[in-house]
Design a protein around this ligand. Sequence first.
Ligand SMILES: Nc1nc2c(ncn2[C@@H]2O[C@H](COP(=O)(O)OP(=O)(O)OP(=O)(O)O)[C@@H](O)[C@H]2O)c(=O)[nH]1
Ligand SMILES: [Mg+2]
Length: 390
Amino acid sequence: MAVTTTLTWNEERSFQKLLGNVSLRLLYKSSVHGRSTVNMQNRCRCQGPIVTVIYHSNNIFGVFTLGHSSEMSESFTEPNASFFFSLQKNETMEMKTVVLNSTVSFYHNNLTFYFSSYCDQKLSLNFEESRIYIPRIFEEELIVKSHSKSTFLECEVFRVEGIKDEAGYINRITRATQHRNSLLADVRAYSPYADLVSEIRILLLGPVGSGKSSFFNSVKSIFQGHLTRQAIVGSDVTSITEQFSPQKPITPQHPTFITSPSLKDRIHCVAYVFDINSMDNLSFKMMAKLKQIQKEVINCGVAQVALLTKVNNCNEVLQDNFLKMNNAMISQSQIQNVNKILGIPLSRILVVDNYASEREMDPVKDILILSALKQMFRATDDFLEDLPLE
Ligand SMILES: Nc1nc2c(ncn2[C@@H]2O[C@H](COP(=O)(O)OP(=O)(O)OP(=O)(O)O)[C@@H](O)[C@H]2O)c(=O)[nH]1
Ligand SMILES: [Mg+2]
């Protein structure tokens, strides 16, 4: 009888998507082929890129490597770019990834991944006792809970088929993750110019359904490290979010209305949010409304940026080094249109693809979202710096 995986269809799809829409072929399953590293090696050596999947109480844990080499018996292999991921086994099925260089060893029925760049931390499986030892970095970054006597339920190894450029793919995901982490560190370390305020206020403003709530949720997801849907999102002809209702405009009689707001109570940056796909078809009425609002914003002298959401080619938007947008993107009509209608400089026109129906985080998506946030901070700092001395 054919050996089948313990992964559900959805779990397998999540793994395939993470690895770039590949196919997975099961090579080894510990409960069928025997809990032994020798059996595992015999079935998996010289198979090219593989993914080792470990079933642990509340998550499934995966290690992607470029392969087990042929002469790997009981010895160390070359350090290998590899990445590790965990998938929560609850209804959210959240996926987290961490990219590390590792060295693999098989010794006395132990399979061990060593991470030299992380103070010699290691992830190891003891096949005889079905024990798993999870290093602290995984507990922190992948939110995998374990204790010294953790056991694993099953271990499977799959051959990964259909990765076009194996080394290139790992390289790209490694660099993207590193750049994302450094952007996140920058954003976390931000403090407003000259400590004039302790927090900044960014107003997201734009047509119904343009992605304001989704941007808020996306930023929050990145900071939390998992997907969150705090602000309600959806599609309707009228606004889903009703903080401001045209039927009940806020008047000076409102109990929380501040007549003379101090700097900390003011809006410091306005982000005009548009769905990039509707940018070329903005109605005359919408344009007139935007112009009218912008007049007020300019009167208040606050910073302005534009945020274009729903770009569907995230991977092509950024140059290879992830540092800059591709020139082809900048010359797109939608970006030129925003520049023309609102007079916002190209460097302050930001593009993102918010988390909408995704099940897992994506480092390239995060790069665009964090870069947008960083530009908003810069624009805000320019505004704070230009304030008259008081
Ligand atoms: N693919 C994709 N879908 C998005 C993106 N941003 C938002 N959406 C989807 O677009 C719809 C509207 O998004 P919302 O975030 O609710 O838009 P909003 O601007 O808050 O809308 P209102 O509160 O109604 O004014 C939802 O179905 C979102 O899932 C994006 O960047 N990419
Ligand atoms: Mg909303």
